[in-house]
Write a new protein. Structure first.
Length: 247
């Protein structure tokens, strides 16, 4: 196989990776895969590496990442199926990923149907009596100092009674490696009901679970988290057992 044929093979595989990934996405501003191999390895289904970069990737309708970059170790694929444009891994591979989430991305996710349904008709105790509360629009911002700020308007018993719930907190890696926990919680205003605040904190914990952002065939482990001006950056280790959109 000549070098030119190898280049064509890499291009075809890169396109197959892009197409496979796109089947797992609801939207994407840009998605590009770059596969590296050599003629002999390609004939045996061995790939040196895969680099994938995407912007504005959306999964589950409302979970959006501003930037996603993925770098893998060597991959083993079925060469016959690859020739037909189908990617099937024949052994698991390791990958590293960097994920950037903007304020707008996170606020959009906070107001997704998935999170909103968790904040409807919640049973809490206010002033000694059981009531049901539901959260309306949730606001999210990054005010600085490594903190996040979350606020919501909450209705009580559908009676038109509204209360504001807001807090600031410092996000850090959770001990299990796949979630982000919120520490140093500061409630605003201080007289807000602890029960209402806990309801909002519970929703935030659900949102910051990496399982929400996992594509089929992948297991994610959080390595680091950084809160930067206007965005949160996650560094993630991934075990890829099957190619998303493939086998």
């Amino acid at each position: 196989m000549t070098k030119g044929n190898a280049d064509l093979g890499e291009q075809a595989l890169s396109k197959a990776f892009e197409m496979g990934l796109s089947t797992q996405l609801d939207a994407a501003d840009a998605l590009e895969a770059e596969i590296r191999t050599n003629p002999m390895a390609l004939m045996q289904g061995e790939l040196e590496s895969a680099d994938i970069q995407g912007r504005g990737l959306v999964i589950k309708d409302d979970l959006r990442t501003e930037l996603l970059t993925v770098k893998t170790d060597g991959l083993a694929i079925d060469p016959l199926k690859a020739a037909l444009g189908e990617i099937e891994l024949t052994r698991p591979t390791n990958a590293t990923a960097a994920v950037e989430l903007t304020e707008a991305d996170i606020e959009r996710a906070c107001n997704s149907a998935y999170i909103r349904q968790k904040l409807q008709a919640l049973d809490v105790t206010l002033e000694g009596r059981p009531v049901q509360v539901s959260a309306e629009h949730i606001s999210f911002s990054l005010p600085g100092d490594g903190r996040v700020a979350i606020a919501a308007s909450v209705t009580v018993d559908n009676a038109g009674d509204r209360q504001q719930v807001a807090f600031r907190a410092v996000p850090t890696m959770g001990p299990r490696g796949y979630e982000v926990v919120l520490n140093e919680v500061e409630i605003e205003p201080e007289n807000t009901s602890p029960a209402l605040t806990e309801s909002l904190l519970a929703a935030a914990r659900d949102l910051l679970d990496l399982h929400n952002f996992t594509l089929s065939g992948m297991t994610l482990q959080l390595q680091s988290l950084a809160v930067r001006p206007g965005k949160i950056v996650l560094q993630v280790q991934a075990l890829v057992e099957s190619f998303p959109g493939g086998q």
